[in-house]
Design a protein around this ligand. Sequence first.
Ligand code: SF4
Length: 732
Amino acid sequence: MPTALRICPLCEATCGLTLTLDGTRVTGARGDRDDVFSQGFICPKGASFGELDADPDRLRAPLVRRADGTLAEAGWEEAFDLIARRLPPLVERHGADAVGVVLGNPNVHTMAGALYPPVLLGALRTRSLFTASTLDQMPKHVSSGLMFGDPFAIPVPDLDRTAHLLVIGANPLESNGSLCTAPDFPGKLKALRKRGGTLTVVDPRRTRTARLADRHVAVRPGTDALLLAALVHVLYEEGLTDLGALAAHVQGVEEVEAAVRDFTPETVAGACDVDAGTIRALARELAAAPAAAVYGRVGGSTVAYGTLTNWLVDVLNVLTGNLDRPGGALFPLSATVPAPRPAGPGKGFALGRWTSRVSGHPEAKGELPMAALAEEIETPGEGRIRALVAIAANPVLSAPDGDRLDRALGALDFMVSVDPYLNETSRHADVILPPPPPAQSAHFDFAFNGFAVRNQVRYTPAPVPLEPGRMDECEIHARLILAATGMHGAAPHTVDDMVIARTLARVVTEPHSPAHGQDPQEYAVRLTGRTGAERRLDLMLRLGPYGLTLDRLRAHPHGIDLGPLEPRVPQVLKTRSGRVELLPEPVAADLPRLREALSAPGDSLVLVGRRHLRSNNSWMHNVPTLNSGTNTCTLQVHPEDADRLGLTDGGTARVKAEGGELRVPVEVTDAVRPGVVSIPHGWGHDRPGTRMAVAAGRPGVNVNQLLDGSRLDPLSGTAVLNGFPVRVAPAS
Ligand code: SF4
């Protein structure tokens, strides 16, 4: 059987796969043992690549809304003609912000999703941008932006060399890692323990990761920031801070000491439900380890104090001397970021350069909170969002109060979805542009190489040719940009040529660039690649820190290992001071809110989400192998709570919160701590008008329907999806 290589796009681990092919059909997938990064690792999602690729519910041609309101198959020309006819006049009449753009997280798993949406946004000049980041990871971007001057400068734990890992609100045994790209994360945790290192997990659930840990701290949900502030307090109080080589590059150390003075272990113990002795032990273990890393993820981000939690994660890394040192938390250096500029003061990172129209939410990283999308569509007035471009996004399931958003999308003047499925969100579109299955697309990880635990680079061309009638995903994006911005009919490579010309015009003037002083046109002619996207990749590689080319990458089909992560401070810093700013002003201004939490009465029952190995948000519920067996969309409840509330295992519960009510099967388990219930996210495939037969057959419930969208982390605009109060009773 012929085989072909393909980097797996189904989670952040980016494993290399070997696909077996029967003609253009993918008949199997196994881990590529020669892959320089993943070395043969594969999980059940990757193993189902062929099934996902061949899903009969995937759209094969564009859908266009007809005069009778139905969606029907159409040709590509007709689809782009309609966009060109409807979208630019709306912008002309109502202004750029009247077009909203929604980017879902699969965008970062495709080449097209990384290369073209920034061009679309630049061309549309809209400030109405909403992405999955404000449902997930914006607190990390904001804390990194404020501390390091760059929202993408995210330190990752040096998993292969650390001696102590403190994990907050992350479950990499199910997620395979997030904002920390590491194939075989489970194996790396086991290796850590095998070499004598220690693993501590802070999580209200005894997750699979927690079961592997030396110490599991079942903290009360939403109180991680209090717990971490107390750890920082102990470091100062007991003289355990030691910044090592980093000291010369950090400002604000004394200010942080003053800022956490109130957060003693004894003061936070009640709110966190963790005894003060344990908190002191956690701090001492962290300080004593020869090399340690603190790593926090979704559970500490999608909470009321998400930015503070993420800030404290890196404050701990800094104060224990573990930031930017081997075995600690290091900044990866991706092959496609511009070659590093010399160290020195940068532009810094600003929050709130503009605010949302209706509720005045400050922007973060140019984005507005996804939780505010519905009101921006519904509320009349100047600047109302009248048209939407949704790319690989299903906010009806992923954002709070999907019912409201569902209604709002129905009121739009015009909507385009780039999506392989007719799903809960795309069913509102006037045009759906379906990308081809992944086996028909080339792959390069622009985003995840920047969060990888080892520097490496890999490129896989499309394993099989495009089926007749399909359009390459990059071409879809390029044509969408042209149609949406009055250039309909121009050749798709026009977009790439424009980006290349603009980039070269800039970099030839930058003294630190490898292209400095060269002629932009001559440089452009040297670029290789069969498509505009490949030429752009070639350009980025050439301008990157390793001086690579696409040809060189092609000559190494299993990738090129670029070595372990290395210290990058101070060069990586782009703060105005040129130093790590340990207590940024917006963080200091938010600390009184955290202080108030010390005396706030805790909620008696709160809800948290959870992740399952066979799922990734809402994307993979239409794959029979992944959506089969025992129902995983259940309400997990501790036996004590089940007794108190009259719930029985296998029965049905009624769960109520400020946004709505759900009926959900009960799973009684002591894997959740008392006072906490858990429902996974991404489910609720029971709306009419979709075309996802497998998902609709096992729809589950949409946990986000319990929220009304009013709970946000104020600094990042991220929705509070974890640790919110609920009332639970048996369903009659
Ligand atoms: S761990 Fe992630 S990248 Fe690796 S095979 Fe599984 S889904 Fe694919």
